[in-house]
Design a protein around this ligand. Sequence first.
Ligand code: IMP
Length: 432
Amino acid sequence: MSSYRVQVLVGAQWGDEGKGRVVDVLARDIDVVVRFQGGANAGHTVVAGGRKHVFHLLPSGMLYPNRICIIGNGLVVDPEQLSNEIDELDPKPESIGTRLVVSYGAHIVMPYHKKLDLLAERARSDRGSSVIGTTGRGIGPCYVDKYNRSGIRAEDLVSRDILEKKLRDNLDEKNKIFEKIYDSEPFDFDELFKQALGWGEFLAPYLGDSTLEIDASLSAGKRVLFEGAQATLLDIDHGTYPFVTSSSCVSGGASIGGALGPGRFDRVIGVVKAYCTRVGEGPFPTEDLGETGEHLRQKGAEFGATTGRPRRCGWLDLVALNYAVKVNGMDTIALTKLDVLSGLSEIKVCAAYEIDGQKRSVFPSSAAIIGGARPIYSGLKGWDADISACRKFGDLPTEAREYVRFIEESTSVRVGLIGVGPGREDTVSIDF
Ligand code: IMP
């Protein structure tokens, strides 16, 4: 059992690094798992007992008995999606009513947010502006309302009068937007109010104060893991803006959206895929549109867990990774999908960018500049062997070990866990 009591786990690239399966490994030694940002745009895949589970809102720790799973105040929750996810859990986790806590302060994704998300994307496309390629789950518009202080919070769904007033105010504004800007159908208040009251009934048994819950857990000596969704380069402040999601995906987000002071965190784990992928639009310097990209997509089954979209694929980008190391204060790397690189004679790693004829090893803040960056690669030897049965670092072929060491040396961060296959047991743990 590791000595870390409070840990944060974040994606170090553009998402889909395999965070769910790393949480699943860690959850063996953890009592409480807290999601701290995002919403049903996430898709955390865990393969357990030969079955594939995809979690969008539920913390991945839900598969373990007795774990308390918290949906923090930093999330935007689609109650219908959450209800479906709970229904689909098979076998149904025991005592889910006491194990799952939805923060009173989490915001609710309403149907008008989803519609606004889609209409805004279409409008961006129509006027020739940059499309973001959102998941269409209403995430951005819901966070807009949160920061506009007009959002509906989970606690409002169980307070009839407050809900009625907030919903009327919101529809008053939103319906004008739908009719006057988008020439689209408005929402009917009575219908939506009834639906929202139903969501309140469904959510009521799970609602709680996540701050107190986490504090009480720590006082009782429990171990807490903060589970990030999306990833560093999709972070609203630190990602490749505007091609980002609308929440704080970096480790600091755990403090705000998960409700714990930063001094309490013992370790930050960055989940790094052995290569890079991205879904949606935005700069991606190492994207490979040729054979290598296709190889990685097919072998790595790189299709979105939420939208089914094919992911853009390319080599590992150390410039971007070193930036993620700094932004998150990363202590340990969990390296996933190393097995996908098996069978390649050469493995390339982007060690620097060429920008306007200059070599640069610092990740630029501007998406436009990153978009013009040309990757400068170092080549490492590949390996042929199937590594999925490896369980110790020494079991890996020399070239695979060299690849891991190269990442450690280039980032000055130790690799503590290596994913060598999709199953729950398919990992090499190095003092994780
Ligand atoms: P949104 O979060 O739906 O607003 O989408 C904003 C951007 O983040 C788009 O490029 C999405 O493809 C991307 N995105 C959102 N969630 C995920 C995720 O879980 N994995 C990878 N990309 C994501």
